[in-house]
Write a protein that binds this ligand. Structure first.
Ligand code: ATP
Ligand code: MG
Length: 636
């Protein structure tokens, strides 16, 4: 396996230039470092109008040969996965590349024995245990398409996703441990299965010893099925453009979209970005705390790290169990070198007394990562100072389920970082900012702000929305001609560094000024008594729109008019009086998606006093908070 790592900023600039001048030659060279059963004959074919993107056509491969087989000779005994259980007293599991290879091949035969063939869709609803990785790779091994549904979703959310992509099989576990709770996954599945006529077989992994009701003929235990299966399983020959998986977006902005990723381009994009953003060395231990049910887990717990021969950590539990020091306890215990998490987790940990961090030796850490939302300045500094001790580059990685791989991010230790900036595009990524008239804002040395689009395809772009190509076209390719529209806004400074300002839906026009809510929240969060905030716009007779802020205070702080004034003043001083929220509501929590993002569309409705139809709330983590916020909303 060749190393794809750029080593210096000069290397990066050179690679970037080349990738723009001749993208096909650039990606050809990258792709050549992988294992193909047959080389492609056409590097790229694309048309953003139809829209259609195809990479490495004619190429034949199997992604599991790249994640497993090709490492056996040199890295067979290296740990591929370190698994940390929910309960710190339960034993960790260390799985080598060779063991993982054997387990994946073995389980792949279970899929085959149960009638799963290339192209069939398989739904995985599993906890964060190695068997999730095994099931996922086993699907890829035989060319079945996995659709992973985060194991915190309700039965109706599972049913909807199973039916949307027509899954034939469901793989689950009987129960899952989450902090001090035990959740019965199988029960949830049984309820979902009442509405999913297409599912023929359910494979159940026993995570606990509790008795599990099984439906005769349909439900089978993982372990029993393994006993019946052969051990060896040749990798299915896949076309580069065959489907690898379907994954639903988190639903922050509306009905979840089943994004389709294909084998070749996804593999090349995730692996290249993984190696360059994180800059791992030989014996490093890399830990991404995301759930595999999100794209971050797909690309940066499984495919990118394994294709790179890295040691990747899987954690079953939650950051607050048995106490708020759990993340740091694990870092200390297994000497994690690379730690990748989300701003929402950082903010919730920053809220806790500092001794949870200080009680642990974090000196193994080399690189810190952030993903999922704009990271506010205070959280960035807390992370950098207290976790990284000022010694670890923080890579703020901007990307989406749709992009498959990181798009804009510093390369650790190479790209100069700056708080709240995702900095520069990765090689092969051509971002552009668009103005309100739909024109491209020229690439000058003036700082500018606009809507973020991408003007050239990259290998890991999602190819369609499963079963709804028209929606794919409408959502991503109809806003700007010949460009992929991200839905996000961005600011670009004089040196070309990007700062994501949030979703465009979250940009509020007040008296003719475009205000990104992320910047306002950033300012509010600077107040010493504020944990987190969310700002939205609501219609205003004179100004067009006005701003409404929802603010969470630290536990012991009482809301007061004085505090309201202080918060308004902070915003006024930082961004100008125009950005001052007209209304401030103190709340005990914010509605969040299960991936931890604030669902601003609901807050917008509450602020506008338009709560008859809140839209799709099935992906909400804490629906109860919505009623509380509604009851105390400030309306004139
Ligand atoms: P849906 O598309 O269903 O609304 P979602 O957009 O939350 O869900 P994801 O694909 O997981 O689902 O998230 C991608 C979005 O997350 C980006 O478009 C962006 O708004 C935000 N995001 C991700 N990483 C960053 C980052 N580093 N900085 C700022 N924003 C980020
Ligand atoms: Mg999105």
């Amino acid at each position: 396996m060749e190393n794809l790592q750029l080593r210096s900023f000069a290397d990066y600039k050179k690679a970037y230039k080349k990738s723009i001048k001749d993208p096909e030659a650039f990606w050809d060279e990258v792709a050549t470092t992988f294992t193909w059963q047959q080389k492609w004959d056409k590097t790229l074919e694309w048309d953003f109008k139809t829209p259609e993107v195809k990479w490495f056509q004619g190429g034949k491969l199997n992604i599991t040969e790249n994640c497993l087989d090709r490492h056996l000779e040199t890295l067979g005994n290296k740990t591929a996965i370190i698994w940390e259980p929910n309960d710190p007293d339960e034993e960790s599991r260390y799985i080598t590349y060779r063991q993982l290879f054997v387990k994946v091949s073995h389980f792949a035969n279970v899929l085959k024995n149960n009638g799963i063939k290339k192209g069939d869709r398989v739904c995985l609803y599993m906890p964060m245990i190695p068997e999730l990785a095994i099931a996922m790779l086993a699907c890829a091994r035989i060319g079945a398409v996995h659709s992973i549904v985060f194991a915190g979703f309700s039965s109706s959310a599972i049913a909807r996703r199973i039916n949307d992509s027509d899954c034939k099989m469901l793989i689950t576990a009987n129960e899952v441990y989450r902090g001090s709770k035990k959740v019965n996954l199988k029960e949830m599945c049984d309820k979902a299965l009442e509405e999913t006529p297409g599912v023929e077989t359910v494979i159940v992994y026993r995570r606990t010893v509790e008795p599990t009701p099984m439906k005769e003929g349909r439900d089978k235990f993982w372990f029993d099925e393994l006993q019946k299966a052969e051990k060896e399983c040749p990798a299915e020959v896949m076309d580069a453009e065959d489907m690898l998986f379907i994954l639903y977006t988190s639903g922050s902005t509306g009905k979840p979209k089943g994004m389709v990723h294909t084998v070749g381009g996804y593999m090349v994009g995730t692996t290249y970005s993984f190696q360059n953003v994180f800059q791992l060395e030989k014996d490093d231990v890399y830990w991404c705390t995301a759930d595999i049910g999100w794209i971050t887990g797909h690309s940066y717990i499984i495919y990118g790290p394994l294709a790179s021969g890295a040691t990747t950590v899987m954690f079953e539990g939650i950051p607050s169990y048995p106490d708020y020091g759990r993340f740091w306890d694990i870092v200390d215990k297994i000497k994690v070198t690379h730690f990748y998490t989300a701003p929402t987790a950082i903010r919730s940990l920053a809220k806790q007394p500092l001794n949870f961090v200080e009680n642990h030796d974090l000196s193994s850490l080399k690189v810190l990562g952030s993903v999922g939302e704009p990271i506010n300045e205070e959280a960035w500094h807390w992370y950098n100072d207290n976790v990284g001790k000022g010694n670890c580059p923080v890579v703020d990685t901007w990307w989406q389920t749709e992009t498959g791989a990181i798009m804009i991010s510093p390369l650790a230790g190479i790209t100069p970082t700056r708080p709240t900036f995702a900095t520069l595009p990765l090689p092969g990524v051509q971002p552009v900012l668009m103005n309100n008239e739909g024109e491209e804002i020229p690439n000058t040395t003036e700082p500018v702000e606009g809507r973020l689009a991408i003007k050239f395809p990259w290998p890991s772009i999602a190819r369609t929305i499963y079963g709804d190509h028209q929606r794919y076209k409408d959502v991503y390719f109809s806003t700007f001609e010949n460009k992929y529209f991200t839905g996000d806004g961005a600011y670009r400074d004089a040196t070309g560094n990007y700062r994501i300002t949030g979703r465009v839906d979250d940009i509020v026009i007040v008296s003719g000024h475009n205000l990104g809510t992320a910047a306002i929240e950033n300012a509010i969060d600077e107040h010493e008594h504020v944990v987190e905030s969310a700002v939205v716009g609501f219609p205003h007779d004179v100004k067009g729109n006005s701003l409404y802020a929802y603010v969470i205070l630290y536990d012991k702080v009482e809301p007061s008019e004085e505090l309201e004034k202080e918060i308004k003043d902070i915003v006024s001083q930082t961004l100008g009086p125009i950005a001052k929220p007209e209304k401030i509501q103190f709340v005990s929590g914010l509605p969040k998606t299960r991936s931890g993002k604030i669902m601003r569309r609901i807050l917008r409705k509450i602020a506008s006093n338009d709560t008859d139809n809140l839209g799709d709330t099935s992906t909400l983590l804490n629906p109860e908070i919505v009623d509380e916020i509604m009851a105390e909303a400030k309306h004139d």
